[in-house]
Design a protein. Structure first.
Length: 570
């Protein structure tokens, strides 16, 4: 029974560690190895070297096939080799417009009034701390843009202004001191008897940009256009993403009926993407570690969600919303919001129902959300994320004190009877059946439960795995200092001091535990902590700090119990 207890204990601990990255990668469609190779970035066919940022291929544009809008062949919508019908002549040249607020620096392309770059002013790039982190981008090696435009409401309808239409820009480029809002405007030429005016309003301190699509019927017949809103992205992992803790990167859809639905790029590639397509609630998003982008519409507006492969290693997710009939000389408008920013739960919750789910805790969300709330509360008091982590682990250990005490008491009793068990095993080593019977007799006489140390620990494992994902997913840890040499809790310890101390505490814990009677298990008992400690050298410092604090508190409690029962050093 002692052998079984030790085996189960190590299996539980092993899986609680390995699954943190390896099996989670399998769940997210990634390669399930200890050191998965990072895919080399593919330069998409959509962005050629030196090209004047022609946005994405026209194949990314959704078109209608009659009835409910679908995403069929787009050839009738836009010809990528020529300007759209009715587009202005050469005197209206394409231009990149940079617009800045106190938190965002957005780059617009006058072709379509699309957002082709979004820099986070308050979040530094991990490789160059002097530069802001760039989320949306259109460059030689990256495509990640936000686009919108009009399509006909029925098959064979007229062409309207799209994200390929060159537009005229007006507005200020910098949020003025003391001002709370910056408004920029893109106006299309008349195409198909329709003029599209896009107005972006950037508010101070906000990552959500209000986007108004005003459609003016300048023709002589009624029109029924539809507004499409889409995010187009290559399928590469974010730069610098560690293979040790792979997080989800890809499109997601949220509706009130089916809630959060994330889809792998590989499923889009294979036409196996499953998500709710028709709704009057919800949003579409592109999620990645720490940051996300999303198109948001108010509840009650009919919308059709779509996902599709656009080009080689290029994918889109979006919504189509009808504007119904617009009489000649009149207009209609659709209000939307474009979010591009960090996954801060309070901000996301305030913008749209379910938007906070892009910060994906997986199946442990029910535990992770209250843990994050408590961590955030502790930070509001301590004003340091590192000390907030320490305080949170202390509170959790206090909450589980009696469970741990029961487990450690059981281990201490096992340690106390261990010399007697070892002597018995040596005496009966050639009689396994009699040895097992004698071992059970010893446990009954000493009132020892071999499984007593396992179950209390197993109960706590989901809580600590949930805390792991809270720390891994929280953008607040990014570039957050703790003390002394730890200047970024989301990056590995530059001097490996925390991982080395973590390894030492793990070995001390092993010494405090009862030694398995079986020699092979005894060796394994020392080898496994060392093997698991290796990955902590690559983990973010905040995660190592959390495990180290947990280890130190566990050692203190176990030491006290062992000393009280007189088995310390046995």
């Amino acid at each position: 029974m002692n052998d079984i207890r030790r085996t189960i204990l190590w299996v539980v601990f092993g899986f609680s560690m390995v699954l943190l990255w390896d099996q989670w990668q399998v769940y997210n469609g990634h390669k399930a190895t200890f050191f998965p190779s990072q895919a080399k970035p593919e330069t998409t066919a959509a962005v050629a070297a030196g090209a004047a940022a022609s946005s994405v291929p026209a194949s990314s544009l959704p078109a209608s096939s009659g009835g409910a809008s679908a995403v069929p062949a787009p050839a009738a919508a836009v010809n990528p080799a020529a300007p759209p019908s009715g587009a202005p002549s050469a005197q209206t040249a394409r231009e990149r417009i940079v617009v800045s607020s106190d938190v965002l620096r957005l780059t617009f392309d006058t072709e379509g009034g699309s957002v082709v770059q979004a820099a986070m002013v308050r979040h530094a790039d991990m490789n160059d701390k002097t530069r802001p982190f760039v989320l949306l981008d259109e460059s030689r090696d990256r495509v990640y843009v936000a686009q919108s435009g009009l399509i006909a409401g029925a098959a064979g309808g007229p062409a309207f202004p799209t994200h390929k239409t060159v537009m005229n820009f007006s507005g200020e480029r910098t949020l003025a001191a003391g001002a709370n809002e910056l408004v920029v405007r893109f106006e299309s030429p008349e195409i198909g008897g329709v003029k599209l005016v896009k107005t972006y309003a950037l508010k101070r301190g906000a990552y959500a940009v209000a986007v108004r699509h005003e459609v003016l019927n300048t023709g002589s017949a009624p029109v029924s256009p539809q507004v499409y809103l889409q995010l187009v992205r290559d399928g590469n992992k974010p730069t610098g993403e560690s293979s040790f803790y792979s997080t989800f990167t890809g499109p997601a859809v949220y509706t009130e009926a089916k809630k959060y639905q994330k889809v792998e790029f590989s499923d889009i590639e294979k036409n196996k993407a499953e998500f709710e397509k028709l709704s009057s609630t919800g949003y579409v998003a592109m999620a990645q570690h720490y940051f996300t982008s999303a198109w948001l519409l108010a509840d009650g507006i009919k919308r059709e969600m779509f996902m599709r492969k656009v080009d080689t290693n290029l994918y889109s997710v979006g919504m189509i919303a009808p504007l119904d009939n617009i009489a000649p000389g009149t207009g209609k408008a659709l209000e939307a919001r474009l979010f591009a920013g960090p996954q801060e739960e309070k901000i996301l919750e305030s913008l749209a129902p379910g938007l906070e789910l892009v910060k994906d805790y997986g199946w442990l969300t029910i535990l992770a959300k209250p843990l994050y709330w408590l961590l955030d509360y502790l930070h509001s008091i301590l004003r340091n994320w590192g000390w907030a982590i320490v305080a949170l682990v202390v509170l959790l250990k206090a909450a589980f004190y009696w469970l741990n005490a029961k487990a450690y008491s059981s281990m201490a009793k096992m340690k106390a009877v261990n010399p007697r068990v070892m002597a018995m095993r040596e005496r009966l080593k050639d009689k396994p059946q009699e040895m097992q019977q004698e071992m059970m007799k010893i446990y009954r006489e000493e009132k020892v439960n071999p499984m007593g140390g396992c179950f209390p620990i197993m109960i706590q494992i989901p809580v600590f795995i949930a805390l792991y994902w809270v720390l891994l997913s929280s953008v607040e840890m990014r570039n957050a200092p703790w003390t002394l040499w730890i200047h970024d809790l989301s990056s590995p310890d530059p001097y490996y001091i925390l991982p080395l101390v973590m390894t030492a505490t793990t070995m001390l814990q092993t010494w405090l535990n009862p030694t398995p009677p079986d020699p092979m298990q005894a060796k394994l008992m020392w080898f496994m902590p060392l093997a698991f400690s290796v990955m902590f050298f690559f983990f973010p410092a905040g995660l190592v700090l959390y495990w180290l604090t947990n280890n130190i508190l566990s050692i203190a409690q176990q030491w006290f119990i062992n000393k009280r029962l007189g088995v310390l050093g046995k």
